[in-house]
Design a protein around this ligand. Structure first.
Ligand code: FMN
Length: 169
């Protein structure tokens, strides 16, 4: 798939078929995640792969508004390592870049995915940390819910010239 097509046509997909995601596809998404930019190239991320129904349903119990997890075939929990990157603001930005790479790679592979926010909701962070036994210094930032799409979401026109400012506001 052409890069520009992928960027403009990616949409959040919240309905999935029963087909399993092959391990090679998950590996490809993880690879693109680890190629994301990060402050000082510290790459302070970890990925917890939820590849069985029990783990995915546990994620749903921890993040109860994330209904789409009930149908998801795989989940990828993107976490930041506060021993590698001390500044939480950078952890969030770095993990967000990795999250977006996963979503774009998923789209390129014909998968559907949606970003489920965890950070900065204190309750969600606490639930997710406890559910997946994350060490103290590991901070859950986002969860990507994945599967083969069982819905079509049209691309929409978001280009707004009034959002663009040249040289000064
Ligand atoms: C930080 C962040 C948190 C999000 N959290 C959720 C979420 O908890 N549940 C959900 O269904 N979508 C979530 N989304 C997806 C957005 O709703 C979605 O990206 C937005 O509506 C734009 O639609 P699109 O992804 O189809 O372009 C989140 C997106 C971001 C960037």
């Amino acid at each position: 798939m052409d890069l520009f097509e992928a960027l403009l046509e990616r949409r959040s997909i919240r309905k999935y078929t029963n087909s399993e995601i092959p391990a090679e596809m998950i590996e490809k998404m993880l690879k693109t995640a680890m190629y994301a930019p990060s402050a000082m190239n510290l790459q302070p991320w970890h990925f917890v792969i939820l590849n069985n129904k029990e783990s995915i349903l546990n994620a749903f119990k921890a993040i109860q508004h994330a209904e789409m997890l009930k149908q998801a075939q795989t989940g990828i929990l993107i976490c930041g390592d506060s021993e590698i990157e001390k500044n939480i603001e950078y952890i969030v930005q770095n993990c967000s870049a990795a999250t977006q790479n996963i979503l774009l790679a998923a789209h390129g592979l014909g998968l559907g995915g949606v970003w489920v926010g965890v950070y900065p909701d204190k309750e969600l962070i606490k639930n997710v940390k406890a559910t997946f036994m994350l060490p103290e210094h590991i901070i859950p930032i986002s969860l990507v819910s994945l599967g083969f799409p069982d819905e079509k979401v049209q691309a929409e026109d978001r280009y707004k010239v009034e959002k663009i400012h040249y040289n000064k506001w």
